[in-house]
Unconditional design. Structure first.
Length: 348
């Protein structure tokens, strides 16, 4: 065969290869769920569908609210064992005591115990920046009190999962023009409009960035597109500046659906190693069949949206899938999770 003849074959061979790659099923990973109790039907559905999940504990309490964190931790460790590791888990800590003298040793001992029970990461939540305050004012993510905890997470080779700040809608009036009307009409306590005493969004994100810079070896996954859901160029700059930072898209796929699809494709292709798939599925008190439906629906829809150019229905209107290359889809739905959340597929 001459070189010319050989070259003539390459496009066909490449097309064959890519259609084969699309056909090869792989196990998908949802890196952002909240599953803290045993529901065998849900676990069976995940196994049948070949999905894995990360169940994340959250310390939501502020002020003198009661905390349910211990229950979440106990439940998550149990779910992890019951699913033989199909559902991995991440722990959390209550940051309210950050001014206590024994805060760091106490917190580090608690997260170490969770690591011993298989936790692969530690979550911090938006109450750091938007809710917890001490004598010196609101606690921000770069507070020195948190530093030894972050060091301990890094030394244990675990990942920090950081939901810091909120979508821009948190600083807008709660009305129909607010892109997050659904959430803030239900949770006005997290809406910061007309609350000048609270830290601004950019101040909170800049504090998070200083934390990223101070802990360059700490892997950090920023939840919800790092709260830059409407600012992909700004997020791109942050990803360029902080190589230890990746983001999940939990509960934010709709920003890609509603946004400019060409821009979305460019962003996701350029940062294909830095974006993780997640849903923010919450296992509430619904029955098992409803829970199965609630997790399978986004898994299937989102997969189709990113992987195909199919016409899809989104909230009573039509949209088209992004049709990302198979290699990118595989990174977003699996390989990035393996790299940014080591241990996520470990057996329990
Ligand atoms: Zn969540």
């Amino acid at each position: 065969m001459t070189r010319r003849q050989l070259l003539a074959y390459i496009p066909a061979a490449a097309a064959l290869r890519s259609s084969r790659a699309a056909d090869v099923p792989f196990e998908h990973i949802d890196t952002h769920t909240h599953i803290h109790r045993i529901v065998p039907e849900l676990f069976a559905a995940l196994e049948k569908d070949q999905w894995r999940c990360l169940s994340i504990c959250v310390s939501r309490a502020i002020g003198d609210q009661a905390s349910d964190l211990d229950e979440q931790i106990r439940g998550s460790a149990e779910v992890h064992r019951a699913t033989k590791g199909r559902i991995a888990w991440a722990t959390a800590f209550d940051a309210r005591g950050f001014e206590d003298r024994d805060f760091a040793p106490r917190t580090i001992a608690a997260i170490q115990k969770a690591f011993d029970e298989g936790a692969i990461g530690v979550k911090i939540w938006k109450n750091i920046g938007m809710g917890i305050r001490g004598k010196s004012g609101y606690l921000l993510p770069d507070n020195a009190a948190l530093s030894p905890v972050f060091d301990a997470i890094q030394k244990a080779d675990k990942t920090l999962i950081a939901h810091i700040a909120e979508p821009d809608g948190a600083w807008m009036p709660i009305d129909k023009n607010n892109p997050e009307f659904g959430y803030y009409s239900q949770h006005p306590e997290w809406n910061m409009h007309n609350r000048p005493e609270m830290p601004r969004k950019d101040a909170i994100l800049e504090a998070r960035d200083r934390m990223l810079a101070r802990h360059p070896k700490l892997r950090v996954v920023g939840c919800h597109l790092g709260s830059d859901e409407e600012h992909w160029d700004r997020l791109a700059k942050r990803l360029d500046t902080y190589p230890n930072f990746a983001v999940d898209m939990a509960a934010r796929v709709r920003y890609f659906v509603r946004g400019d699809h060409e821009h979305a494709r460019r962003f996701l292709t350029k940062y294909q190693d830095r974006v993780l798939y997640g849903t923010d599925f919450v296992l509430g008190s619904e029955d098992a069949a409803a829970a199965v439906h609630d997790i399978e629906r986004p898994h299937n829809w989102d997969r189709q949206f990113f992987a195909t150019k199919d016409t899809l229905t989104f909230r009573n209107s039509q949209t088209q899938g992004l049709g990302l290359p198979d290699s990118v889809v595989r990174k977003i739905f699996r390989e990035n999770a393996l790299r940014w959340l080591p241990g996520i597929t470990a057996a329990a």
